[in-house]
Design a binder for this molecule. Structure first.
Ligand SMILES: O=C(O)c1cc(C(=O)O)c2c(n1)C(=O)C(=O)c1cc(C(=O)O)[nH]c1-2
Length: 227
């Protein structure tokens, strides 16, 4: 099979947006203001596990990658989530959101609310990054191409529907919206440059489909625990 042109390859990646978790019924309820406080707490506490594993996922990609330029760029992601010091960074901003929905830090950090399906799905994502070629690890993160619009909508909808949450509590999302715009484009550029044969391109599309399934499964598990 001949390799796809850049335009076609990008279109096959973007076509996976239909499988993105923006359409999941639990997210639809979150955005409609239909979640109870208990459900919001369950969502925030479980998503914590995703947030806290992202740096390990990114470190796995770096450890598999022989290209200095890619490693240098990818390192920024770890620093973004971990921050430069205690009390800073994306993980910290997620904890702030957890507190705003009524969780205390201890119960988030000890993961007592974490449900097995979320752990399985997130661990599968990290394992994928550890075991697959590094460029496929990068491709699996391309859900970020779809997340900017969703996060913008999330800020508006959460402020409208959950009056006890204020804008500062949503710093995780407001800060992330700008970062994701840059990172989504950067990751796409890396994938286009390094997945050049048809087999590599097909594997990249499959990696992104896998990631959509990871995220979907996370919300399935949260929804089931909430129900
Ligand atoms: O709020 C969201 O809907 C959403 C989605 C995603 C995503 O699509 O994976 C990420 C994020 N947020 C996010 O904040 C984030 O840092 C992030 C990193 C990654 C990744 O796979 O490396 N995805 C996402």
């Amino acid at each position: 099979m001949p390799a796809l042109g850049e335009h076609e390859f990008t279109a096959s990646l973007r076509a996976l947006e239909s499988r993105y978790w923006s359409a999941h019924p639990f997210h639809e309820r979150l955005h409609r203001g239909a979640l109870s406080k208990r459900e919001l707490r369950l969502w925030a506490a479980n998503r914590w596990y995703y947030q806290r594993m992202l740096p390990q996922k990114d470190a796995a990609i770096i450890s598999n990658c022989p290209v200095p330029e890619v490693r240098r760029r990818w390192l920024e992601r770890i620093a973004y989530h971990d921050g430069r010091a205690d009390g800073e960074g994306g993980a910290e901003r997620w904890l702030r959101l957890c507190e705003a929905v009524g969780l205390d830090r201890a119960e988030v950090l000890d993961e007592r609310h974490l449900v097995p399906g979320v752990r399985f799905a997130v661990d599968a994502y990290v394992t994928f990054a550890r075991e697959q070629p590094w460029a496929l690890g990068v491709a699996s993160g391309l859900t970020e191409m779809f997340s900017g619009a969703l996060m913008r909508r999330r800020v508006v909808d959460m402020l409208a529907h959950y009056p006890w949450i204020d804008r500062a509590d949503l710093a995780y999302f407001t800060d992330r919206i700008d970062a994701v715009r840059g990172e989504g484009a950067e990751a796409l550029e890396i994938v286009l440059r390094h997945c050049t044969t048809r087999a590599e391109q097909d594997a990249a599309v499959a990696a992104l489909a896998f990631k959509c399934d990871v995220l979907w499964s996370v919300l399935d598990a949260v929804e089931r625990a909430a129900g």
